[in-house]
Ligand binder design. Sequence first.
Ligand code: SF4
Length: 356
Amino acid sequence: MSPMSSAPKQTTVGVTSKADPRDQMGRPLRDLRISLLDQCNFRCPYCMPVTEFHADYQFLTRQQRLSHDEIVRLASIAVELGVTKLRLTGGEPLLDKKVAELVSRLARIEGVDDLALTTNAMLLAPVAQKLADAGLHRVTISLDTLDSGIFRAMSGGRGDLATVMQGMEAAEWAGLSPLKINTVVQRGVNDHTVLDLLQHFRRSGHIVRLIEYMDVGNRNNWRSEEVVSSRESLQQIEARWPVRPVDPSYHGEVARRYEYVDGAGEIGFISSVTDPFCGSCSRARLSAEGMLYTCLFASVGTSLRDPLRNGADDEELAAILSRIWLHRNDRYSELRGPGEVLRPVRNKVEMYRVGG
Ligand code: SF4
């Protein structure tokens, strides 16, 4: 088992009071998702279709991306404003070869209760122990099917299921469990393989969360007919294994929790389309180039990188972040009817830039 990071916790100087801003709906800022880079080793058609993200595609340069120093500084300021949960995402965060070093620095920020990372697990096996030793609390794995052919297709021909499973095993050995497994269910693509995936993880201690297919970004030609509602999935599951609801583990938890009556473990449903949860959404997203977005479906963000690089001090950056949050009134999923994409939201931020 891995020892937690023993270096002293750090706090941010200059930010005089723990402002704890509330947005227009009274929601606090508790959860910051940090995208380390806009690149990924997969080409999932609903996120980064290979036709567009081809070999010559111009991704952000290192200079354009926030440095680790800048990420730690902005994260520390966000914690002073109420954030207790940090999640590292991408693109694929494990493409950042120094991610473990960043983890150890973020783990030392006073007030971070939950430090997690979302990955497709393709690069996880060799670094799982290092991440755990650095202070990472847990990982969430994006895994849409255990059918190797469909998996290959859904990863744009880049994913290898055996390697992903090895990554998950290594994470478990490193103590980064229970693993949460995010499965986007798309009708006519992988919905017929969901029960097999659930069967595989029953009694594993890991938690599969079935995610309703969403109109994220602007490239997936989302159609509501392709959405398999959580209610429909639940009916299919109950026809095979009785389940019962479980209370949320904390306010604002995204997934609705259920457990198998026969004790085989827990599953979850993330129902942004048919049962939106904007009312308790306390999440902000920081893109790799330092743009802050207050909703997964936002079309406008605010740069924190530019004022930071133009010499703003921590108090000024905190004021900017606080002001953004105070003006926030996002509730896209609530406004989007179950059958319709919200018109006229154009140019939504792409998921690969802010993490799911
Ligand atoms: S749609 Fe936006 S406001 Fe609603 S839960 Fe998702 S991220 Fe939060």
